[in-house]
Design a protein around this ligand. Structure first.
Ligand code: SF4
Length: 141
């Protein structure tokens, strides 16, 4: 028996509403380009998502580091990946693209940093100092 469903293509900002008829072959209507057909077929047979979240940073200029999956993961693995990522903490400094969790929850997909976090060292008097500051040097120094 054929099953009809409507999904929104998220491959581009147009957001076409696709009608997908699945049963034997998968038939797609409502798309404005072939990427919509590809998206609909993947969404029906093996839906995937990119995950973006954050992890704790020790010794960093900020307490949290934004991270994302290096490529989409199966939708059914989202909870396991998010749980695994939230158990991770990293030590500054961290650079964009650093792997913070390899093979997240056995998906074969790494979770990587999406921003840079410099290291902070304590100075006398309890003040802190960013070692990787973007601040420019004063001309007299
Ligand atoms: S079908 Fe094509 S035009 Fe429509 S949302 Fe998907 S990618 Fe964009």
């Amino acid at each position: 028996m054929n099953k009809h469903s409507k999904i929104i293509c998220i491959s581009c900002p147009v957001g076409c509403i696709l009608t997908v008829c699945s049963g034997g072959d998968i038939e797609v209507t409502g798309h404005q380009c072939n990427a919509g057909i590809q998206y609909a077929k993947e969404e029906i047979t093996n839906p995937t998502r990119n995950i973006a979240t954050s992890v704790r940073v020790a010794g960093g200029a900020m307490p949290m580091l934004s991270v994302k999956t290096a490529r989409p993961i199966p939708k059914g693995a989202i909870r396991a990946v998010v749980d695994a990522v939230h158990r991770v903490s990293v030590v500054a400094p961290v650079r964009i693209g650093d792997v913070v969790l390899a093979d997240a929850a056995g998906t074969g997909v790494d979770v990587v940093a999406t921003r840079e976090v410099g290291r902070v060292n304590s100075l006398e008097g309890g003040r802190t100092h960013a070692l990787h500051s973007n601040a420019q040097k004063h001309p007299c120094c």
